[in-house]
Design a protein around this ligand. Structure first.
Ligand SMILES: *[C@@H]1O[C@H](CO)[C@@H](O)[C@H](O)[C@H]1NC(C)=O
Ligand SMILES: *[C@@H]1O[C@H](CO)[C@@H](O)[C@H](O)[C@H]1NC(C)=O
Ligand SMILES: *[C@@H]1O[C@H](CO)[C@@H](O)[C@H](O)[C@H]1NC(C)=O
Ligand SMILES: *[C@@H]1O[C@H](CO)[C@@H](O)[C@H](O)[C@H]1NC(C)=O
Ligand SMILES: *[C@@H]1O[C@H](CO)[C@@H](O)[C@H](O)[C@H]1NC(C)=O
Ligand SMILES: *[C@@H]1O[C@H](CO)[C@@H](O)[C@H](O)[C@H]1NC(C)=O
Ligand SMILES: *[C@@H]1O[C@H](CO)[C@@H](O)[C@H](O)[C@H]1NC(C)=O
Ligand SMILES: *[C@@H]1O[C@H](CO)[C@@H](O)[C@H](O)[C@H]1NC(C)=O
Ligand SMILES: *[C@@H]1O[C@H](CO)[C@@H](O)[C@H](O)[C@H]1NC(C)=O
Length: 545
């Protein structure tokens, strides 16, 4: 060791010496003893810990070595967390005795999972159902070929989180023995090709596969890559550097099947290649009965007629998200397609086309998983479905023109009957070149409407055949003069939360009079960034009633 390093080490030892005056926090929760030993500068496992611990968290310390039988004395341990400890060497029998352990997390360390001592490390853990060994493949000592350890003793294993090496070898890991394994998450991925046999040895019981952060561009992708997973219901691919066409090709094994979700986010190929969707590209996708489909931030710039919306089972769709691309969904002849599509997607509840037509840096998503939770869903009607940016004033409105009714431009649009959430935030398009009167049908399920920072050249007049029952409305950044007029009264009638930030309310009040009376049931109003300095005494008269 060089002198400099010795000095650093010495200083570290000093720090940890003072730090280690702190002790583990031991609590009893529901008759179980829990020890929280995080961030107290430990170099070893404290001797004073009670032997009847159920949960032990040693994360964020500096324990580089785990010797044989380290945990043997903790016979009833169920949860062990040893994340981020600079853990380097684990002796082969370190986990000896942990037969009741259900949860083991050892992410962000520096050990070598392909070493001999790792091979049978998990042998004693016969009750384990959750294993997390992510962030342990480090670029500087990673070899292209990594042989994964033996998991075949973990007969109860349900979730496995790990990294994916450039050339992973799974053929002697005993995966064929793991019938309960449902979820595999590859957090960091170094693959340079996705071949038919890359994941061949993983168990066919997998129902959820998450493939994240394949950082370098993967030029070779074969359509049988996911074939080992005939039972797959959830596929998440995020920040993976393959061409969108290739990502869609991977759906080949699932044609004609039902899937809970296909989530593709930030699939950008090399150097943000624009992706124009053709029928050929989506030929597998449109044959799948998929309930949640996300194709977000993937540089989609347009789509061919009879491609993106040509689902064979449109009634399967419940959540559809195209957030953060660069296309107008209803441009030109696509408008007709969209109208037909809306009629057929009878179970669509959530639709999100936000942040489109130009690139946005700060794309925000709605938490669609949480929307399944009844009380969260109710909560979104007052607080929104995402964390709202605190500084909402990102760009100015003003060049919008309000469309005067032109007699010949009446248009009837039938909404998906079950559509509850419609999000068109930061959507910019110029396709509407003239004023339109929209007559909406089947809009009675709509509860949540976010058109903040929507930019269209003409804002249509909106009428509905059935009464509106919108609870949450966000018109931030859209001039209120566009929609504060007599045809909009029914739209606002049941609103509980109205977000009208940065929407020229002051000017509207001057020209159109009291805006607030249009919202008779509102409970929460946000009109910040509007230069509204004073309100008349009776501004909220009808609200207080
Ligand atoms: C754990 O052991 C201690 C002493 O060893 C005992 O006082 C305590 O009751 C035990 N707690 C549980 C939940 O078993
Ligand atoms: C730990 O156990 C392994 C395998 O049982 C053995 O080969 C090794 O020598 C042991 N290590 C020590 C330090 O005793
Ligand atoms: C597993 O794969 C590696 C690399 O492809 C190969 O060298 C080895 O022979 C295979 N082992 C078994 C047991 O199939
Ligand atoms: C990979 O699998 C696909 C789908 O089963 C098949 O069409 C293709 O020929 C396979 N490629 C190779 C190189 O075997
Ligand atoms: C709308 O949703 C409800 C409940 O989720 C469902 O019972 C109904 O069948 C759906 N409507 C249509 C037309 O599919
Ligand atoms: C959600 O709100 C509806 C209507 O206000 C109410 O009937 C329902 O009980 C609420 N659900 C939950 C879980 O709070
Ligand atoms: C449902 O949402 C509520 C409110 O956000 C939250 O407190 C609760 O924990 C959630 N329930 C489940 C099962 O996720
Ligand atoms: C369009 O709708 C308006 C409002 O209902 C109506 O007055 C007008 O006659 C309609 N125009 C045509 C061409 O149908
Ligand atoms: C959609 O609206 C039309 C006209 O209002 C109505 O006849 C039809 O029944 C509605 N469809 C559904 C599924 O509610």
């Amino acid at each position: 060791m060089r002198n400099f390093e010795i000095l650093i080490l010495y200083l570290l030892i000093l720090c940890f010496h003072t730090g280690s005056l702190k002790t583990c926090r031991i609590k009893e929760i529901k008759k179980k003893i829990v020890a929280d030993c995080t961030r107290i500068g430990l170099h070893d496992i404290p001797k004073y810990l009670p032997l009847n611990l159920s949960e032990l968290d040693l994360s964020y310390n500096d324990i580089a070595l785990l010797k044989n039988n380290t945990f043997e004395r903790f016979g009833v341990l169920e949860i062990l967390k040893i994340d981020n400890m600079n853990l380097d060497i684990i002796e082969p029998e370190a986990f000896y005795g942990l037969t009741r352990l259900r949860w083991l997390s050892m992410k962000e360390n520096t050990f070598d999972i392909s070493s001999i001592s790792f091979r049978r490390l998990f042998k004693p853990l016969s009750s384990l159902y959750h294993l997390d060994i992510r962030y342990n493949l480090h670029k500087f000592f990673i070899t292209p070929t990594i042989e994964y350890p033996f998991f075949g003793d973990l007969l109860d294993l349900k979730d496995l989180y790990m990294d994916l090496a450039q050339k992973p070898v799974f053929n002697s890991s005993g995966f064929e023995l793991l019938h309960k394994l449902h979820t595999i998450r590859f957090e960091k991925c170094y693959l340079d090709q996705m071949l038919n046999d890359t994941l061949l040895y993983l168990p066919s019981s997998i129902t959820a596969l998450q493939l994240y952060k394949c950082g370098s561009f993967i030029p070779i992708v074969e359509s049988g890559f996911l074939k080992p997973f005939p039972a797959l219901m959830e596929l998440n691919m995020i920040d993976t550097n393959i061409k969108l066409a290739d990502a869609l090709k991977l759906l080949f094994p699932f044609t004609g099947k039902e899937m809970t979700s296909i989530i593709y986010e930030r699939i950008k190929g090399s150097a943000k290649q624009p992706a124009f969707i053709t029928r050929e590209m989506v030929k597998y996708l449109i044959e799948i009965c998929v309930h949640t489909l996300v194709l977000a931030q993937s540089e989609i710039v347009g789509y061919e007629t009879n491609s993106l919306l040509a689902f064979k089972y449109p009634q399967c769709l419940e959540n559809l998200v195209f957030t953060g691309n660069r296309f107008s969904l209803a441009y030109g002849q696509h408008l007709t397609e969209l109208i037909v599509f809306a009629k057929k997607t009878t179970n669509l509840k959530f639709f999100d086309l936000s942040y489109n037509a130009i690139n946005f840096n700060n794309v925000k998503y709605c938490n669609i998983d949480a929307l399944r939770n009844d009380s969260f869903r109710n909560e979104t009607y007052s607080n929104g479905c995402e964390i709202q940016p605190t500084n909402a004033r990102t760009f100015q409105n003003s060049n919008l023109r309000y469309s005067k009714i032109t007699e010949e431009s009446n248009m009837t649009v039938s909404m998906p009957v079950n559509l509850t959430f419609l999000r068109l935030s930061h959507y910019m398009t110029s396709y509407m070149q003239y004023g339109l009167n929209f007559f909406l049908k089947n809009s009675s399920s709509l509860r949540y409407l976010d058109i903040s920072y929507l930019k269209v050249s003409y804002f249509p007049e909106i009428y509905s055949v059935t009464p509106f029952n919108i609870k949450y409305l966000d018109f931030t950044g859209v001039s209120s003069m566009l929609f504060i007029h007599k045809s909009s009264v029914p739209i606002f009638q049941n609103i509980k939360t109205a977000i009208l930030k940065d929407s020229l309310i002051d000017e509207t009040i001057r020209k159109n009079g009291n805006v607030f009376k249009l919202f008779p049931t509102v409970e929460k109003f946000d009109i910040s960034f509007n230069n509204v300095l004073y309100l008349d005494d009776d501004s909220f008269y009808s609200i207080q009633d």
